[in-house]
Design a protein around this ligand. Sequence first.
Ligand SMILES: [Zn+2]
Length: 232
Amino acid sequence: MDLSFGAREFVVDVVTEKRKRLSVTVHPDLRITAKAPAGYELEVIRQRLEKRASWIARQLDFFERFQPLPTERKFVSGETHYYLGRQYRLRIRPGEKARVRLIGRFFEMELPDTSNREKARALMLDWYSAHAKDLLSRRLAQYVPTFERMGAVVPEVRYRRMKKRWGSCSGKSVIMLNTELVKAPIHCIDYVIIHELCHLLYPHHDRKFYHLLGRILPDWEKRKERLEKVVI
Ligand SMILES: [Zn+2]
């Protein structure tokens, strides 16, 4: 049976079985399941679940954070770097001026001193940051009107390189997007953007939030799954 409760309206799939205590599990795919002792009345189960509401909320928030997988980068020739979900090889050669360009399957970098890894790193970060701001703002502009029509305020958007989160939305309609997102496939980028835009209308990951997300992006779970494999 499905039991919904709490201000955030959690939907819990409850099964009863021969056992002594009620146990609740929040799964990485955000499903909530509970096992209740056979014979427990619905109201009792509901009360027990209410007591664990804040714990459930914390678990959901944890699984929902869709953190990127960080990797140690050396910024040397031959290393793989990602852009829009594709792999590109870094190729560093001597050049008068420090610059990097995406050509074919390569990040072609020119450096006065090819062994200067700090410079190589800075160049790559600048490249990603510039491309991120351009691309993310264009994708956002595509979706904002839909949300405006539903009564959302036009958000203030900030771009920042973050290690732990792909995006966030504060109560004051400020959306923060991780510039590392450009390493992910475009359909994952759109998922993050739409997810944060949904927060303009529903700040919590409750039933209304997921209902809206599912309406706009019926395959959001697949996109989220793919996003979880993105290496930055
Ligand atoms: Zn969220």
